[in-house]
Design a binder for this molecule. Sequence first.
Ligand code: THU
Length: 160
Amino acid sequence: MKKINVTTSATLFEDISQLSTEDASLMQKAVEARHKAYAPYSKFNVGAAILLDNGHVVLGNNQENAAYPSGMCAERVAIWRAGSEFPDMKVKKIAITASSENSTVNKPVGPCGACRQTLSEYEINQKEPIEILFMGEVGQIVKTESLLSLLPFSFDSSYL
Ligand code: THU
């Protein structure tokens, strides 16, 4: 038996003004997408903006439903939109932001497990890392250099 350590690294930015021009502009687009979220039940609005390697930006936001489980997260709306519209394009990065109608979200909101799993398939297929940037409504932003760094011991098609 041996114990192993799984580590990950991320960069923490104090606010959007510390990001590169490209990252700040993508995050700003995620904010715009967040404003169009349909989240009347949770009142938790999430926006995602994906930058493709052809320079195209694909947006998504969470879409809820009165039958709660029928809703969908912003990240999966965006990545599936990108996959369906631009199947041959590589994803460079995704910016994510969340706000709540109940209180100010002032800490970074990372993608949920199901969204990480979904995004990982695209990273594996394209054989190039997808950068992930995530924030709340205000405050710090976390940036990781690859999706798989957020998903150790992940499940993939090699098991099937
Ligand atoms: N949500 C997202 O859009 N992305 C996540 O990664 C976490 C949660 C949405 C789903 C639901 O509409 C609301 O936030 C509350 O969970």
